[in-house]
Design a protein around this ligand. Structure first.
Ligand SMILES: Nc1nc2c(c(=O)[nH]1)N[C@H]1C(S)=C(S)[C@@H](COP(=O)(O)OP(=O)(O)OC[C@H]3O[C@@H](n4cnc5c(=O)[nH]c(N)nc54)[C@H](O)[C@@H]3O)O[C@H]1N2
Ligand SMILES: Nc1nc2c(c(=O)[nH]1)N[C@H]1C(S)=C(S)[C@@H](COP(=O)(O)OP(=O)(O)OC[C@H]3O[C@@H](n4cnc5c(=O)[nH]c(N)nc54)[C@H](O)[C@@H]3O)O[C@H]1N2
Ligand code: SF4
Ligand SMILES: [Mo]
Length: 884
């Protein structure tokens, strides 16, 4: 048994927490790394459950060509030959790579070198286009380079932290915990949340501004104007270090009435926010997808940066604009030039000097002369047959791209699709002619860069399963088979990292921001032992400068920052009558398309179904009661989701999570409905701004099922399945219920009513309850009713672990209710200790009215702490109801 813990980095969000992984006979033990500067030992629920996601179920373990197992040599030769032939016939722009911010820096580097330097096209884009592209352009416009000026410590040192379009409590939980701890220590610190939706992050905010969707540009323009009017500018900083202030201020001007309309905020709310900003010297503005994923995302970024430049609140301890990156290597991808619009090492495709420099360094036959196609354009080109071969790596675009059905059609029509993934059957992999098995987290080796520019190692602690190989190796092997042997002779991830570091320093006398030349000669041992390191790290430079720009020195030609004029759109977008704005995003315990978190029972317990947050008014307007199903539609496409009534949401908006897809639900893939309108500067799609219609799904029969075996024959109008500790839980519904219950049950889930061991049918209420056993073991229990089934999910799931010896016990199961001796825990809130909402509510009612007291009584919140905002919501609600 290997006892030594391996230091590695969490593969989920951009916080980039250090992890200690110990693999032994009883599986893998995961702990937070106390020495990692991102988390100092903390992990959130997803990080904590990493061990549960490492199983081999569903893994792609061998290369496959057209559904048949193939050797690596055959598969790679086919990829190389096909790419070569298509390029020979149609030119280099007829092929593309679509990559991911979850690839390691080394993987990403090889992809870019092959495409931009050797194939000779910049048609290499990534899911970062859906994620960070607006920030990249915003940074470049203002700073001349794509730089996050500050670091995590700034959030702890600030007097005011503004969170714009960020659900930090759920999406960057460990950073959120650091913020919570800092606020507890320095109670005068204020937190303002700017989000049209009240999220769990709001539990910690001193002020939540439920802004009109896309009201952000107006809000920050108003702030700039207000700062100018109140004499709160840092005129010295503006004069010495910036350009274009007057233009930005002129573009920001608007009447108070317009400002209130555009933001949907009152003068009081606006003044409070503006006052807080003015009186706090140390302000950090964190922003995320509520900013980036918008048709005016880039202007939102610059409107925020403008306010920081105008007050000199940048690059100083506790002050600066701070982009929260999503994926673990969103930053590393940008460092190697992962996007179609950039060149390696933060250099520009449009800059002839940079092109020459990179080509000389690579000694490559080509260098892409112009920007390539951005994600949405790339899939359009695929649909039109302009791109004839695509290699998709580490991303699942049939689920995560906007206009996802169009993307699926484009892949179906593309003559040659290669997919590298860890899973065999993603909705994207289904379109692949060639499937290549990649090493996953714990198996692969390389580096990632987190939101604060800190480079950390991901280290392997597990053997490569089956024939899976690293992503970089796959591309290097194809490159060699295309005839580029000399340039792709890498023996290890270290070789690639060293080359990447050398390129960053190549002819760089400090005029380029990204420089990690200190690692250009890194040895195998040093690479193995590489400690988390913030860049830049120039050759010979030991001390790390943590922040940029306090004293100017921007990466623009004249060294000054640019204010960018960001006029608010003339009118709020014309909405189609009777449509609602579809906001989309994340839940606490799932990661994107669920290929990994969907394997964890602990993580699947928190939220087990696609849902639609809707205001009570809107729900009653369309005749939907809580927990019924709604149908969300656009022209020709529809999604079914459980209605959750949210009194804090305005009538004209709904929120649906991005995670569910065909592998976990019948019709939960929301991006089928999200349109592919993009920001004009960044090409980032407006993933939070589709217009949709909403109606009751009018189900005839609802069902809930727990089953020992993975449910395979689900064909009901609606289903959503989630793994549990001892089997599966499935929510079901059937639209047209014609004929007898035998037929209906067979049609919904394949079980035979006649074979059930216990039955309960109530003709007056239309309820049916059935259970199948094998010996004392429950195989399946099915509860059906004309309205949403009121059976405690957590209790029912627990029945799969019990032995049912007597007929009486079996019949009691059909009561669908826990006995007095076994209280119903309610929906799971704390996934580490499986503590449910009912237990927490009880404890609060019985006097445990602090998060700490709940922790003491139930352990909830005492491991990873990700559920603390929810516990605190229970306490707040209880305190409120007592006060009333
Ligand atoms: N649990 C979990 N954590 C994750 C991920 C995950 O899948 N699951 N993914 C990671 C990745 S890749 C990313 S990019 C990040 C994303 O992290 P976040 O950006 O925090 O997450 P989202 O839920 O996408 O969106 C944030 C908020 O933007 C709000 N919003 C929508 N429209 C607007 C608007 O017009 N203005 C403003 N101000 N706000 C608006 C939404 O209501 C939502 O609450 O999370 C990372 N962390
Ligand atoms: N409506 C809506 N859509 C969105 C968003 C939103 O907020 N709303 N957010 C967008 C954002 S910010 C993002 S980042 C994207 C994320 O969307 P995706 O990138 O599509 O999401 P993932 O599920 O993380 O996909 C990663 C894929 O890589 C595979 N994989 C895991 N590890 C490895 C590996 O080491 N190598 C290889 N080759 N494959 C691996 C996984 O099995 C999975 O299939 O979604 C975007 N789409
Ligand atoms: S906050 Fe959670 S998901 Fe993000 S890196 Fe840390 S442990 Fe992983
Ligand atoms: Mo993202």
């Amino acid at each position: 048994m290997k006892e030594d813990a391996i230091r590695t980095t969490c593969p989920y969000c951009g916080v980039g927490c250090g992890v200690l992984a110990t693999s032994g006979n009883d599986g893998v033990r995961i702990k937070g790394d106390p020495d990692h500067p991102a988390n100092f030992g903390r992990l959130c629920s997803k990080g904590t459950a990493l061990g549960e996601t490492l199983g081999f179920e569903g893994r792609l373990l061998h290369p496959e060509v057209r559904g048949e197992r193939a050797s690596w040599d055959d598969a790679l030769t086919l990829v190389a030959d096909t790419f070569k032939q298509i390029i020979a016939e149609n030119g280099p722009d007829s092929v593309g790579f679509y990559l991911s911010g979850q690839m390691l820096t080394e993987d990403y580097y090889v992809a870019n070198k092959l495409m931009k330097g050797f194939i000779g096209t910049a048609n290499v884009d990534t899911n970062s286009r859906l994620c960070m592209a607006s920030t990249v352009v915003g940074h470049k416009r203002a700073f001349g380079a794509d730089i996050v000026p500050g670091c995590y410590e700034d959030l702890e040192l600030a007097d005011l932290v503004i969170l714009v379009g960020s659900n930090m409590a759920w999406c960057h939980p460990v950073l959120f915990q650091r913020l919570q701890a800092a606020k507890a220590e320095r109670p005068h610190m204020k937190i303002v949340l700017i989000d049209p939706r009240r999220t769990k992050t709001a539990e910690m905010a001193d002020l939540h501004l439920a802004i009109a969707p896309d009201g952000d540009v107006a809000l920050f323009n108003g702030l700039l104007q207000n700062l100018a009017d109140q004499g709160q500018l840092d005129q010295d900083y503006i004069d010495r270090h910036t350009n274009n202030f007057d233009k930005a201020l002129a573009a920001a001007k608007m009447s108070t009435a317009t400002l209130c309309t555009k933001t949907d905020l009152s003068i009081d709310q606006l003044s409070r926010f503006y006052q807080l900003f003015a009186e706090s010297k140390k302000v950090v503005t964190c922003f995320s997808q509520g900013v980036n994923q918008s048709s005016e995302g880039t202007n939102k970024v610059n409107a925020i940066i403008n306010c920081h430049l105008a007050t000199g609140r940048i690059g100083k301890p506790g002050a600066g604009p701070f982009s929260l990156t999503g994926q673990p290597n969103a930053m590393g991808g940008r460092e190697v030039g992962g996007l179609a619009t950039m060149l390696a090492a933060h250099m520009e495709i449009g800059n002839e000097l940079h092109r020459g420099l990179v080509q000389r360094f690579w000694q490559s036959p080509h260098i892409a002369a112009a920007q390539g196609m951005k994600a949405v354009d790339m899939f359009d080109a695929l649909a039109k047959g302009k791109i004839k071969a695509i290699w998709v790596m580490g991303t699942n675009p049939v689920v995560s791209m906007p206009a996802a059905n169009k993307v699926a059609d484009a892949l179906a029509n593309c003559p040659f699709v290669v997919v590298s993934d860890i899973l065999a059957d993603t909705e994207t992999a289904r379109f692949a002619q060639v499937k290549l098995p990649a090493l996953g987290w714990g198996e692969k080796d390389g580096t990632v860069t987190n939101s604060e520019r800190c480079i950390s190692r991901q280290r392997a602690f597990l053997p490569a399963p089956g024939r899976a190989r690293p992503d970089w190796w796959q591309m290097a092997e194809v490159a060699k088979r295309m005839g580029y042997d000399a340039a792709f002779e890498y023996q290890s991830a270290r070789d690639i990292f060293a080359e990447h570091a050398a390129l960053s320093a190549f002819q760089n006398e400090g005029e380029r921001d990204f420089d990690i030349g200190a690692f250009a000669d890194i040895s195998d041992v040093d690479y193995d032992e590489l400690q988390p390191t913030q860049w830049p790290r120039r050759k010979g430079q030991k001390a790390v400068s943590q922040r940029f720009f306090a004293g100017g020195h921007f990466f623009t030609p004249d060294g000054r920052a640019n204010f960018v004029a960001t006029p608010a759109t003339p009118e709020t977008q014309a909405t189609v009558p009777s449509t609602l704005r579809l906001n989309t995003g994340r839940v606490r315990d799932h990661w994107h398309t669920m290929t990994r978190t969907g394997k964890s029972a602990a993580l699947s317990a928190h939220i087990a179904e696609p849902f639609c947050e809707v205001s009570p008014e809107q729900a009653s307007k369309i005749g939907v009661r809580p927990a019924e199903l709604v149908e969300i539609t656009t022209e020709g496409h529809s999604v079914l989701a459980r209605a959750i009534l949210n009194p804090h949401l305005s009538d004209d908006q709904i929120f649906v999570p991005m995670h569910w897809n065909g592998n976990f639900s019948s019709n939960g893939r929301i991006n089928a409905l999200v349109c592919d309108q993009t920001d004009p500067f960044s090409g980032q799609p407006a993933l939070k701004g589709a217009q949709v219609k909403l109606r009751s799904a009018q189900m005839g029969l609802y069902g809930f099922m727990v089953s020992q075996a993975a449910p395979e024959a689900l064909s009901s109008s609606y289903w959503a399945k989630a793994i549990t500790n001892n089997g599966w839980r499935v929510d079901l519904a059937q639209k047209d219920v014609a004929g007898d219950i035998e037929k209906t049950v067979r049609a919904m889930c394949g079980w035979e009513v006649a074979a059930a061991d216990v039955h309960y049918h109530d003709a007056t209420t239309g309820q049916h309850r059935l259970a199948w056993f094998e010996g004392p073991q429950l195989q399946c229990a099915l509860f059906l009713a004309p309205e949403p089934v009121a059976v405690s999910r957590a209790w029912a799931v627990g029945q799969l672990a019990k032995e049912f010896e007597s007929p009486a016990e079996r019949y009691r199961l059909l009561a669908g209710r826990p006995g007095k001796d076994m209280p119903d825990p309610g929906p799971i809130v704390c996934s580490c200790f499986s503590v449910g909402a009912n237990q927490i509510a009880d404890a609060v009612r019985n006097g445990s009215v602090s998060v700490a007291a709940i922790g003491e009584k139930l352990s909830a919140g005492t491991n990873c702490g990700s559920c603390k905002p929810e516990i605190s919501e229970f306490i707040n609600e209880f305190t409120l109801s007592v006060a009333q």
